[in-house]
Write a protein that binds this ligand. Structure first.
Ligand code: G3P
Length: 228
């Protein structure tokens, strides 16, 4: 299983990269805006360079299918490791699978995003998407069973030999991460604060504190023994 980080914050990306934890980065226009990246080209180029050869997902910012195609082609020229994010449907419900198909046919890598159902996953796989992002948190928001959608999708892709990898996104807790891992996600993209929470445990901190204290006591005893 791979771990991607769902952020455009370069400091965080650098930190988790140095820890050897992350295999890629995902963004969307809201993440870019929240993390203070207003010039998408400049920001994407910087992150892509920082993490290469790992993939960086950058999302199109238009509701028009033709514009999606030209934007995606432009984004892909910024760096070799850029994966273009295309939504399942436009804001008006027009399917974007034709855009995905053309881009994959051109040799670009597509992250088919905002998948909220198993049905959408099937269509994105048929369209040849390299990655399909299931938004676990947004499925749960509506009372849906996100682990079931993830499990069904991963099993179906395997049964019929599709190349698409499931990225589980829209992570809102460490519990979401563990559920996605147990459901068989190929990739989980995690906001940095939850990677930190996943590492932490108060009893681990307490144990380490105790070990250091006892090690110091042992050193003190050695000093005392030498003096006598
Ligand atoms: O990667 C998708 C993610 O950023 C959306 O998360 O929590 O806004 O549903 P959320």
């Amino acid at each position: 299983m791979e771990i991607f980080i769902d952020t455009a914050n370069v400091k965080e990306i650098n930190k988790w990269l140095e820890y050897g934890i992350i295999d890629g980065v995902t963004t969307n226009p809201s993440i870019m805006f929240r993390d203070g990246i207003y010039d998408i080209e400049k920001g994407a180029k910087e992150i892509a360079h920082l993490i290469e050869p790992r993939p960086l997902s950058v999302e199109v910012t238009t509701n028009d299918l033709n514009e999606m195609l030209s934007q995606a082609r432009q984004f892909a020229q910024w760096a070799n490791n850029i994966v273009v994010k295309i939504p399942q449907i436009t804001a008006d419900g027009v399917p974007c699978y034709g855009v995905m198909k053309q881009l994959e046919n051109d040799g670009l890598k597509v992250n088919s995003t905002v998948a909220l159902s198993f049905g959408q996953v099937i269509l994105a796989a048929k369209a040849g998407a390299t990655y399909i992002s299931i938004f676990a948190g947004r499925i749960s928001d509506e009372g849906g069973n996100s682990p079931e959608v993830i499990r069904n999708s991963v099993d179906w892709l395997k049964r019929w030999n599709y190349k698409s990898k499931i990225i589980v996104a829209s992570i809102r807790s460490v519990g979401d991460i563990l559920n996605a891992a147990l459901a068989g996600a190929h990739v989980i993209t995690i906001p940095p604060e939850f990677v930190g929470k996943m590492a932490d445990h108060k009893n681990t901190r307490e144990s380490v504190k105790q070990f250091i204290k006892d090690a110091q006591k042992a050193l003190d005893m050695m000093g005392n023994v030498k003096k006598t």
